[in-house]
Design a protein around this ligand. Structure first.
Ligand SMILES: [Zn+2]
Length: 278
């Protein structure tokens, strides 16, 4: 599965984790975190995150566990996903994951009147958020950022099912050891068609665990075939010494989970949708 380039990347990643696990006290870079120790995610709050405040021990962390019934149905701010077609991505390797960055910078989402520009997407194996006690094999994060730096993450749950043609450029790139590093994907086709969601405020799920992240957990999962899921999971586990890259569920405390009281379909053009949910 890996060419020479892939092996080199894995070797670099493995050495970063070795440092972390041998002596977490000596860790000096925010990239020196990992999942390959039983309590790694718990230890994140003591690592040095450089210029940025380490908020991993702070309140209102992500991910969380929730039940469908927890969602308080409200007229939450309307969500629009303005993702386009035929987007070019450049893969960037972090020590624990691959992230696909948009080279076109032409995509965005809107929550109410606030626009968040799409930055990158990546996967977690298994899902980080747990819904009704269930954890899907993958969770996809579309990271979006407003002009003031605020983050909004669109989370999409991936279930095992039918082969998904829209994801094939991603899987193919992984299987080819990221030869060429750039892929072309129809970004618009990756999230589900229906945008019903749970909303809550949390953090990024990797250090420095940035606070005040707007989380949008889409209720409708997407499907990938078992082969497609395995290709993505294998890559993540190779990077992480055999471990998955999902942070442990965090204390929800008194946070309110909101749920759409209306359908927000991808094909809706405007705010004229007052259809009741379910
Ligand atoms: Zn993520």
């Amino acid at each position: 599965m890996y060419d020479n380039t892939g092996n080199r990347r894995l070797a670099i990643a493995a050495s970063a984790f070795a440092i972390f696990c041998i002596s977490s006290a000596a860790v000096s870079s925010e990239t020196d975190f990992g999942y390959d120790c039983i309590d790694c995610p718990a230890a994140w709050q003591s690592i040095d995150t450089g210029d940025r405040v380490n908020n991993c021990g702070g309140p209102d962390q992500s991910p969380i566990a929730l039940s469908t019934g927890d969602g308080k149905r409200r007229n939450v701010s309307r969500l629009r996903v303005d993702y386009g077609r035929s987007i070019h991505f450049e893969e960037e390797e972090l020590s624990t994951n691959y992230e696909w960055f948009d080279l076109t910078q032409s995509n965005s989402i809107r929550i109410g009147k606030t626009r968040y520009d799409f930055v990158q997407f990546h996967f977690h194996s298994a899902a980080e958020h747990v819904v009704n006690g269930e954890r899907t094999p993958l969770e996809m994060h579309f990271v979006n950022q407003a002009a003031n730096g605020a983050l909004a993450v669109l989370a999409v749950f991936v279930e095992e099912g039918s082969y998904n043609r829209d994801f094939e450029p991603i899987v193919e790139s992984i299987n080819n050891g990221f030869e060429g590093d750039q892929i072309s994907v129809d970004l618009r086709d990756l999230p589900p068609r229906t945008l019903r969601s749970f909303r809550y405020v949390g953090s990024t799920t990797t250090p420095p665990c940035v606070a005040d992240v707007q989380w949008i957990l889409l209720k409708e999962p997407i499907e990938l075939s078992s082969r497609q899921i395995e290709a993505i999971q294998d890559e993540i586990r190779h990077l992480n010494g055999g471990f998955d890259n999902n942070r442990t569920v965090q204390n929800r405390e008194y946070r309110t989970i909101l749920a759409d009281a209306r359908h927000f379909g991808r094909d809706d053009d405007d705010d004229d949708d007052d259809e009741d949910d379910d």
